[in-house]
Design a protein around this ligand. Structure first.
Ligand code: URP
Ligand code: ZN
Ligand code: ZN
Length: 475
């Protein structure tokens, strides 16, 4: 058999196994796994390296409108380039509906932003903010059939929060069409109440963002989202879970046999509310929602991953520049936490942080790392086994890691559009050195060798988690 590329001598790991073998690649796919595969046009020496499925980051925001005067720091080119340097071969950004917009128009807009602009493969989740009859009755079912098989709903944020009846209606469409609903679980009214009170008391520094969204806000909304999903009888993914109380809500639901899934993110493992307390507006660099909590919450998030309550580890990359009138420092000329755009960059640092803090420190195995960062994302969002594993027939989406490389995370090493990293100064051991998408290197030995536009859009199958279920009493 002839190969385009052979990755030779590395340690290959999947979500279930770790083995020494060569990887033969032909026509963009993995064509053989074994010893003595012969020769190829390109033979890559991977001795001493790990050969892993490329990371799939199923929660990133790129080029998303973020309110008047605020501009997201990454477009599809810069965001997917950063993703590739971080060992990712695919990202799933959101195509966000604005009130009054047709979903077809939204999808068209995001394709115009993404097509020909990506370094790694992409696929969109939809964000539903306007649950009109035509959106729910016609557009959404048609788009699910076209491969947009997951959508996010928000229980908070001005102009985005859905009421309970709206949530129920979206969930009913997901049930009928076999789509997966992702839920941002925070109680909007409670946040508004607390934000107003804090501002009236003159408590406007960035760290009051944390005070305005305490754990109870997230726990209550998580509990409610689970109850709504139980009523409709539809699976949901609770995204960016930050603490024990929300995690325990999900665990309890899972123990009751409900199809509730969970995701956590690096900010909940290595940042705390204390990071939002920097001098002047420095704390704005860490403002995201839900906010980073405390050490006990970090422990809970590790436990959630170790015990399978969380199946996904994503970045929630949502980058804004700091020292920029369109960013976090003086949003709209104001300095209250209320106006600081929510979100932090993280697509490039997600994998090294989990590898070092997780695998390196014995909290999770290498195979669990692969599952949490690649395979489970592919399985959850209808991409497996094309994506998310190293197996004959799968796309050759591969990251080669140097498990011994020690790096201190620094903005000077980053490739995205933000002007800071919230993980500055964190020392990690283990770093992705090369990333290949469908058999073509995007990053090779730390150098960008890929071309913009080489990353393509991938229409997805329905999530196996969202397989149509038996009729409910109300149907
Ligand atoms: O603060 C965050 N997480 N911003 C991104 C939008 C979202 O809610 O995921
Ligand atoms: Zn969210
Ligand atoms: Zn997000």
């Amino acid at each position: 058999m002839s190969f385009d590329t052979i990755i030779r001598g590395g340690t290959v790991a999947t979500a279930s196994d770790t083995f020494q073998c060569d990887v033969g690649i032909a026509g963009g796919r993995i064509a053989a796994l074994g010893a003595d595969l012969g020769t190829a046009k390109d033979v890559v020496d991977a001795r001493g390296k790990l050969v892993l499925p490329g990371g799939i980051d199923s929660h990133v925001h790129l080029s998303q409108p973020s309110g008047p005067g605020i501009v997201m720091a990454d477009d599809f080119a810069s965001g997917t380039q950063a993703a590739a340097f971080g060992g990712n071969t695919m990202v799933l950004p959101f195509a966000m509906q604005q009130k009054g917009q047709s979903l077809r128009e939204v999808v068209k807009q995001y394709h115009a932003k993404a097509d020909g602009q990506c370094y790694v493969d992409v696929s969109f989740h939809l964000i539903i903010t306007d649950t009109t009859e035509s959106v729910l009755g016609q557009e959404l079912p048609a788009l699910v059939n076209d491969g947009y098989t997951s959508f996010k709903v928000f229980m908070t944020y001005e102009g985005m929060a859905l009421s309970d009846i709206e949530m129920l209606n979206v969930m009913a469409v997901a049930r009928e069409t076999g789509a997966l609903v992702m839920v941002h679980a925070e109680n909007y009214d409670a946040i508004r109440f607390l934000t107003d009170r804090l501002e009236r008391a003159g408590k406007t520094a960035p760290h009051f963002h944390g005070t305005s969204r305490p754990i109870a806000v997230e726990r209550e909304a998580t509990h409610r989202a689970i109850a709504l999903s139980e009523i409709v009888d539809v699976p949901i993914m609770i995204v960016h879970v930050s603490n024990r109380e929300a995690m325990e809500e999900i665990r309890r639901a899972q123990q009751r046999g409900l199809k509730i899934y969970g995701e956590t993110c690096p900010q909940y493992l290595v940042l705390t509310a204390g990071d939002m307390e920097g001098l002047n507006m420095e704390g704005a660099k860490y403002v995201c929602s839900p906010p980073p909590r405390d050490h006990a919450s970090q422990v809970a998030c590790w436990e959630g991953m170790q015990q399978g309550v969380f199946s996904l580890f994503s970045s929630d990359h949502c980058p804004f520049r700091y020292d920029d009138p369109q960013g976090k420092l003086t949003p709209k000329g104001r300095t209250s936490f209320r106006w600081v755009p929510n979100g932090i960059p993280g697509v490039e640092t997600r994998l090294p942080i989990l590898f070092s803090e997780g695998v390196g420190k014995g909290r999770i195995s290498l195979n669990e790392f692969v599952a949490l960062t690649a395979t489970n994302h592919a399985k959850t969002y209808g991409l497996y086994p094309k994506k998310g594993t190293i197996a004959v027939g799968s796309d050759a989406d591969i990251a080669i890691w140097d498990p011994e490389r020690e790096v201190t995370i620094s903005q000077s090493l980053m490739h995205g559009g933000a002007d800071y990293t919230p993980y500055e100064g964190i020392a990690v051991k283990g770093w992705p050195v090369s990333t290949m998408v469908r058999g073509i290197f995007v990053v090779r030995d730390g150098e960008l060798v890929g071309k913009v536009g080489a990353g393509t859009y991938v229409a997805r199958e329905r999530s196996p988690l969202a397989k149509p279920i038996a009729k409910s009493a109300w149907e």
